[in-house]
Ligand binder design. Structure first.
Ligand SMILES: Cc1ncc(COP(=O)(O)O)c(C=O)c1O
Length: 404
C-alpha cells in the first residue's frame, strides 16, 4: 500500500505520531541501559520509565503505582482475567458479553473447559446491553465481570459506570477492556467503579506491542508472568523501554488533544455517515447512534459483500475494514453484528470507517466522491437483489437461528 493512502482503519491500528518516534529513538541507541540497574546509566532509563508511568496515570486519572506496562491489549485482558480468578479461587463464575474482542472471549471460552461457568450477556439491535440481564446474572459466586468500554467494530459505548455500580454491589471484580475508548473518552479512575482497565499503545499512535493495565490500589492481584520481579512483581521481564517511553508520550498527546481532536473527528465522521446514508439507497448505520465513539461508523450496504466494497476502495488507495472475522481468514460475518441480530443482507455488506486526529476534510471528500459509484456498480452485479428476496429471507432465518 502506498504511504499516501487514505487511512480510515484506525480502530485496527494507528500511525505512530512523529513526536512519539522522536521521543523513543534515543532509548534504542543512546540510553540502552537496564532500568533496574544500580548504575547511573541504567538510572537514567529508570527515570524515563517512571515519567512514562506518570504520563499514562495522568491520562487515566490514576496513580503511578496503579499502572503496569504490558505487551498490549491482548496481554492486558488475559492478565486481568486470570489475576481476578487466581485472587478469588472459591468463586467460579464470570460475566462478559457476546460482543467482546477475542482477547476476552477466547480466554473465557478456555476457562469454561477448566470448570468455570461464563455468562455471555446479549445485546439488542443497536448493540446495547440490558442491565436487568446483568443484574439477574450476578451471584455471590461471580468472581469477575469483564466488559468492554467501547466496541471496536461498531463504536457502541457501554454505560460502564452504571454497570460498575451493580458489579460493586455484588462483590465481584470489574475489568474493562478500554482499548478503543482510551484517548477518545475522558477517564478518571479516582471516581470510577473500575478495578482493572486494559489499554493498548497502537490504537493511540504509539507502536504495536506495548500497552498498560490499570490495577486499582488494594485490589488483589496474582501476576500472569512471573520471573525477575519487575514492576513490583506484577509483570516480570525487562521493560520494553522504547515502547514504554512511546506509550508515555502517546498518553501525554492524547490528553492534550482529546477534546479538540474528538470534536473534529466526530464532525468529519458525521458528515461522512450522513452523506452516505442520504445519497445511497438501502444502507443503514450499525450501532448505538446516541452512545458511540466519535471516530467510528459502521454502515451496512444491503445486497452486496463488504469485502467487494473494500477491494474497490483499495483500488483508490482507501483503507477501511469489514465485519468479517479477518483474523481467522474466514468470511464468516462478524460475531458482533450477528449478536445484534442484524439481517443477513446487512451482516454481509457492512463496512467500518474509523478516523483519527490526522484525518482531513479532503480525505472524507475523496471517500464520498467514490462510494456511490462503487455501491451502484456492485449492486448491478449482485445476485442478491429484490427479485431474490424470498431466498434472502430464508437465509436470514437460518443465520439468525444458528448464530445468536
Ligand atoms: C477492544 C479490543 N481489545 C483488545 C484488542 C487487542 O489489543 P492488541 O492488539 O494490543 O493486543 C483490540 C485490538 O484490536 C481491541 O480492539
Amino acid at each position: 500500500m502506498h504511504k499516501d493512502c487514505i487511512y480510515l482503519d484506525n480502530n485496527a491500528t494507528t500511525k505512530v505520531d512523529p513526536a512519539i518516534v522522536e521521543a523513543m529513538l534515543p532509548y534504542f541507541s543512546d540510553y540502552y541501559g537496564n532500568p533496574s540497574s544500580m548504575h547511573t546509566f541504567g538510572g537514567q532509563v529508570g527515570k524515563a520509565v517512571r515519567l512514562a508511568r506518570e504520563q499514562v496515570a495522568a491520562l487515566l486519572g490514576a496513580e503511578e503505582s496503579e499502572i503496569i506496562f504490558t505487551s498490549g491489549g491482548t496481554e492486558g485482558d488475559n492478565a486481568a482475567i486470570r489475576a481476578a480468578l487466581l485472587a478469588q479461587p472459591q468463586k467460579r463464575h464470570i460475566i462478559t458479553t457476546q460482543v467482546e474482542h477475542p482477547a476476552v472471549l477466547n480466554v473465557c471460552q478456555q476457562l469454561e473447559t477448566q470448570g468455570y461457568s461464563v455468562t455471555y450477556l446479549s445485546v439488542n439491535r443497536q448493540g446495547q446491553l440490558d442491565l436487568n440481564e446483568l443484574e439477574a446474572s450476578l451471584t455471590g459466586n461471580t468472581a469477575l465481570v469483564t466488559i468492554m468500554y467501547a466496541n471496536n467494530e461498531t463504536g457502541t459505548v457501554f454505560p460502564i459506570e452504571q454497570i460498575g455500580l451493580r458489579v460493586k454491589e455484588s462483590g465481584a471484580l470489574f475489568h474493562v477492556d478500554a482499548v478503543q475508548a482510551v484517548g477518545k473518552i475522558p477517564m478518571n479512575m479516582k471516581t470510577s467503579t473500575i478495578d482493572m482497565l486494559t489499554l493498548s499503545g497502537h490504537k493511540m499512535h504509539a507502536p504495536k506491542g506495548i500497552g498498560a493495565l490499570y490495577l486499582r490500589r488494594g485490589v488483589r492481584f496474582r501476576p500472569m508472568i512471573i520471573g525477575g520481579g519487575q514492576q513490583r512483581g506484577r509483570r516480570a521481564g525487562t521493560e520494553n523501554v522504547p515502547g514504554v517511553v512511546a506509550l508515555g508520550k502517546a498518553a501525554e498527546l492524547e490528553l492534550l488533544h482529546l477534546e479538540e481532536a474528538t470534536a473534529r473527528e466526530k464532525q468529519l465522521r458525521d458528515r461522512l455517515e450522513q452523506t452516505l446514508i442520504n445519497t445511497i439507497p438501502n444502507c443503514e448505520v450499525n450501532g448505538d447512534p446516541a452512545n458511540r465513539l466519535p471516530n467510528t461508523t459502521n454502515i451496512g450496504f444491503k445486497y452486496i459483500e463488504g469485502e467487494a466494497i473494500l477491494l474497490h476502495l483499495n483500488k483508490h488507495n482507501i483503507c477501511a475494514s469489514s465485519g468479517s472475522a479477518c483474523s481467522s481468514g474466514s468470511l464468516e460475518p462478524s460475531h458482533v453484528l450477528r449478536a445484534m441480530g442484524l439481517p443477513y443482507t446487512i451482516l454481509h455488506g457492512s463496512i467500518r470507517f474509523s478516523l483519527c486526529r490526522y484525518t482531513t476534510e479532503a480525505e472524507i471528500d475523496a471517500v464520498l466522491a467514490i462510494m456511490p459509484d462503487i455501491i451502484e456498480r456492485l449492486r448491478a452485479l449482485s445476485p442478491f437483489k429484490n427479485d431474490n428476496v424470498g431466498w434472502l429471507q430464508q437465509q436470514e432465518k437460518s443465520v439468525l437461528g444458528v448464530g445468536r
